[in-house]
Design a protein around this ligand. Structure first.
Ligand code: FAD
Length: 564
């Protein structure tokens, strides 16, 4: 049995920043567990940038940032948490800049900021279009400098608690095989989002399968606001790979098959820089109403040609590279075919404004958590800020807690259960194929719980999801070897996606209104009287899901109509 004081599960931006702040503020034993090597975490794919009001952001203020965030969230964000995030922005940016993140600079040497969707000032700090990559590399290097212990290529299976406090974890050692029990006083879940529920059309890394969120659900914890999935307006048409919002921030236009800049009909003031939910719906509507481009009319064009080669190379080098590589078009000369792609999980593990869950010593931070600072729709550039602010705050909370928490005594039962479960996966009849069923899950989610939703289609979707849940019992792990058993990991990840698909669906059908990313054709308006509240889904012992609601924290900004 391994033994630590604090285990951080996840080596992305949230996990590494938590580890760094924990390591610098305690002599307790801290470890980071991660299924992929830390620098391969999805944070490294973040392109556009990170929002913060800096000392030289003339005219801007943390209050304006908070207002934009709350308005962007369609008033579903908890405003006490938003306040914390926006006020800490500058501190976090200067901290990571001093630790080595090479932010792009203005001619006077100060950190440059670009305009982003839904923001009333240019407040998105960036390092070309590889912001997350630089942040992740810098944090990893700083963790190594501070002698953080890493359990690289370990896969979280289960959370162990006694109903009151967390006691430990179980995990599979990917390199050597075997289920291990890990005793610890505190756990920070920082396992990232679950965009891969939409398997075939997502900007997310293959590993964004919501493992920590699903483990929390199975451990009896509530998930919040799962119906809210952000569709990014500009995924490459063929693959769903992301084209950063920075491309529109730098002046890119969206055009339909008639060459029209159609955003003028949807958001006349903000145009291409309206929030993501609005731009995604606009693109989907153009496609649905026959104004899409290409032989099947299933995408629109993102036109950067007027920006010129020099600006594209300087500000959007990765965008150019991806467009050439994956779409076969060079944005210097031709428009890029784009369509909405599942991008971000606003919902996740229910926490309070400091990342605490209802189990003592168990915290969640980053995309797996729903704190909630993004409500019904996240603004671009706010996630990198969220993961750092709350990574750091949960680390300090965990240190405080673990400092005088009692010794834990995790039972061996979970380890035995997990061993049994894995054995069963290797021994079932194998009637179903993982690849087929996973694709089917993605198709059901896209078709019935995509950009637009409505009752009858969602009902069909829920039935199909129940069928997939049953059929998933017949997906077999064919590789029975121990070392680097990627077959086993893929099946475990798929089962986590299945566990998370129904909470999304159940909350979506019961939220009979349109708010942020949740757009219902049958209830096109926001309904504050009945639905200004968070959805909560729990998994009951009999395997059924249970839905309830929880109030939203409103402090400064009363709900108003959301116009751009
Ligand atoms: C293509 C793309 C571009 C983006 N661009 C931006 C942007 O410009 N600005 C912005 O603000 N946001 C952006 N986002 C969103 C943002 O990058 C993510 O929300 C954020 O990086 C998530 O960070 P995280 O630390 O929570 O999780 P991740 O970086 O996803 O890390 C998750 C970690 O958890 C570990 N893990 C997961 N499951 C297990 C398990 N079972 N056992 C052990 N370890 C596990 C993984 O190994 C990984 O280390 C973008 C997202 C994408 C997909």
């Amino acid at each position: 049995m391994l033994e630590y004081d604090i285990v951080i599960v996840g080596g992305g931006g949230a996990g590494l920043y938590a580890a760094l702040w924990a390591a610098e503020n305690t002599i307790l034993k801290v470890a980071v567990m991660t299924k992929v090597y830390p620098t391969r975490s999805h944070t490294g794919a973040a392109e556009g940038g990170i929002n913060a009001v800096l000392t030289h952001s003339v005219g801007d203020s943390p209050e304006a940032h908070a207002y934009d965030t709350v308005k962007g969230s369609d008033f579903l964000a908890d405003q006490d948490a938003v306040d914390i995030m926006c006020k800490m922005g500058a501190a976090v940016i200067y901290d990571i800049a001093h630790r080595g993140v090479p932010f792009s600079r203005r001619p006077d040497g100060r950190i440059a900021q670009r305009p982003f969707g839904g923001a009333s000032y240019p407040r998105t700090c960036y390092a070309a279009d590889k912001t997350g990559f630089y942040i992740l590399q810098t944090l990893y290097e700083q963790c190594l400098k501070n002698n953080v212990t890493f359990l690289n290529e370990w896969f979280l299976l289960s959370i162990i608690h006694n109903g009151e406090r967390v006691e430990g974890l179980t995990a599979w050692d990917i390199r050597n095989g075997g289920v291990h029990l890990i005793k610890t006083k505190a756990v920070i879940l920082a396992t990232g989002g679950h965009g891969r529920v939409y398997w075939n059309r997502t900007s997310n890394a293959l590993g964004n399968t919501g493992d920590g969120t699903a483990a929390a659900l199975r451990a009896g914890l509530p998930l919040k606001d799962m119906e809210f999935i952000q569709f990014h307006p500009t995924g490459l048409a063929k693959t769903g790979i992301l084209v950063t919002e920075g491309a529109r921030g730098e002046g890119g236009f969206l055009r339909n098959k008639d060459g029209e800049r159609f955003m003028k009909r949807y958001a006349p003031e903000r145009m291409e820089l309206a929030p993501r939910d609005i731009v995604s719906r606009a693109i989907q509507t153009e496609i649905d109403e026959g104004r899409g481009c290409g032989p099947n009319g299933d995408y629109v064009y993102l036109d950067l040609t007027h920006l010129g080669e020099e600006k594209i190379n300087e500000r959007l080098p990765q965008t150019r590279e991806h467009a050439i590589l994956y779409e076969g078009v060079d944005p210097v000369r031709e428009p890029i075919p784009v369509a909405p792609t599942a991008h971000y999980s606003m919902g996740g593990i229910d926490t309070d404004k400091m990342g605490r869950t209802e189990i003592k010593g168990l915290y969640a931070a980053g995309e797996c958590a729903c704190i909630s600072v993004h409500g019904a729709n996240r603004l671009g550039g706010n996630s990198l800020l969220d993961i750092l602010v709350f990574g750091r705050l949960t680390a300090l909370e965990a240190v405080k807690y673990a400092d005088d928490a009692p010794e834990t005594n995790p039972s061996l039962a979970k380890q035995k259960d997990d061993e049994k479960r894995i054995l069963e996966l290797m021994e079932n009849d194998g009637k179903e194929s993982l690849a087929d069923l996973r694709r089917e899950l993605g198709n059901v989610m896209i078709k019935h719980f995509g950009v637009f939703r409505e009752e009858s289609s969602m009902r069909q979707g829920i039935e199909k999801l129940h069928e997939i849940r049953e059929r998933a019992k017949h997906v077999k792990v064919h590789d029975t070897s121990k070392k680097f058993n990627t077959d086993l990991i893929s099946v475990l990840e798929f089962l986590n996606l299945v566990d998370l698909s129904l909470p999304i669906a159940i909350a979506a059908i019961e939220r009979k209104e349109s708010r942020g990313a949740h757009a219902r054709k049958d209830y096109p308006n926001r309904d504050d009287k009945n639905f200004l509240k968070h959805s909560i889904v729990r998994l009951k012992e009999d395997g059924d899901y249970e839905l309830s609601w929880k109030p939203v924290t409103i402090t400064k900004f009363p709900p108003e109509e959301r116009k751009y």
